[in-house]
Design a protein around this ligand. Structure first.
Ligand SMILES: O=P(O)(O)OC[C@H]1O[C@H](O[C@H]2O[C@H](CO)[C@@H](O)[C@H](O)[C@H]2O)[C@H](O)[C@@H](O)[C@@H]1O
Length: 309
């Protein structure tokens, strides 16, 4: 036990009895949680209305060679379902991926907010007539210039990637992504330089260097813009955001740990986030803990609200 927990003082709930490991669900192993982070979670769940923003790759889903095989860790999936079912909790998956992709891969509860393409695509998960998950969203509107630029970037990057063993190009609604993870290191570095000096240097292109990816976007929106907009749209009092990559730093920047937000870096590397966990497995533990804490305090908040309308 790392945090004084009034809810467990009478011994009726032992929230720390579990054993860490894949597939273990709550009650959770908070002995492994950093005490500062656990305290921040306690403060966070006490806010009346909260936003929980979650990056996908490297956060909900471990990084893999082939992005079509990415899957959310089972414990995180369980936590997302629990959080999304609670009143005044807005769960949003905020990713650089195409939002359609996210809905197909993430197995999200119905009506979960999905923000794709680093904030350029907004929608919700929905169940289609066939029972399969689908995205309910307005289509992305590119200007004619942006659409032309995107098509040219696709052509140019494909020509650069073609001779490089393992490298490949992903076309997304607002960007083109060159993947170098499966390529040899030297070839990956050369290709990265070529992409940056060539198509990446064109006017109107926003270059995003991610984990073994060079993304060339034709719109300028960031995850920080998206998180601010989401927070204001739902009237949230505090936000938690978990991310692992460079683009997530934009989201951390718009949060303030001093006022109850929880900017949470997943993995190594320099960050502006106030809190950190080592990997997606540890993030699962945090999300289950978050669900457990919010489930406990939310009824108290609602009673107070009823008493003082
Ligand atoms: O914002 P995110 O959800 O973190 O998305 C960022 C990029 O994620 C994907 O690429 C990353 O994950 C792949 C699968 O694990 C991995 O192979 C790749 O090396 C990573 O960079 C996705 O394919 C990109 O389009 C996203 O922009």
């Amino acid at each position: 036990m790392t945090h004084p927990d009034p809810e467990t003082a009478d011994g009726t709930i032992d929230g720390d009895a579990g054993v860490p490991g894949p597939g273990v669900s709550a009650p959770l192993f908070t002995a492994q949680l950093d005490p500062g982070l656990d305290e921040a979670l306690h403060r966070f769940v006490a806010h009346p209305r909260i936003v929980v923003g979650l990056d996908f790759d490297g956060v909900l889903a471990p990084l893999v060679l082939d992005p079509t095989t990415s899957r959310v860790l089972p414990a995180s999936a369980e936590a997302v379902v629990r959080l999304a079912g609670l009143p005044d909790v807005e769960v949003a998956v905020v990713s650089g991926r195409d939002a359609e992709d996210l809905v197909a891969l993430a197995d999200l509860p119905d009506k979960t907010r999905v923000i794709g393409s680093h904030g350029a695509q907004w929608g919700r998960s929905a169940v289609g007539p066939d029972g399969a998950a689908r995205l309910a969203a307005d289509p992305v509107d590119l200007t004619e210039d942006q659409a032309v630029l995107r098509a040219e970037l696709l052509r140019e990057t494909e020509a650069l990637a073609a001779p490089v063993d393992g490298a490949w190009v992903q076309a997304k609604p607002t960007a083109i992504v060159v993947h170098t993870r499966p390529a040899g290191q030297e070839q990956a570095e050369t290709l990265t330089r070529q992409v940056l000096d060539g198509p990446g240097a064109r006017e109107g292109v926003r270059v995003i260097l991610g984990k073994e990816v060079i993304e060339l976007a034709v719109v300028a929106v960031t995850k920080g813009d998206a998180l601010l907009e989401l927070r204001s749209a739902v009237g949230a009092d505090a936000a938690l955001y978990a991310g692992d990559d460079t683009t997530d730093e934009d989201a951390f920047t718009v949060l303030d740990a001093a006022t109850g937000d929880v900017p949470l870096k997943v993995g190594d590397g320099a960050t502006r986030a106030a809190y950190r966990v080592a990997d997606p497995d540890e993030l699962s533990a945090v999300l289950l803990r978050l669900a457990e804490l919010r489930e406990r305090v939310r009824p108290a908040i609602s009673q107070e609200t009823d008493t003082f309308p």
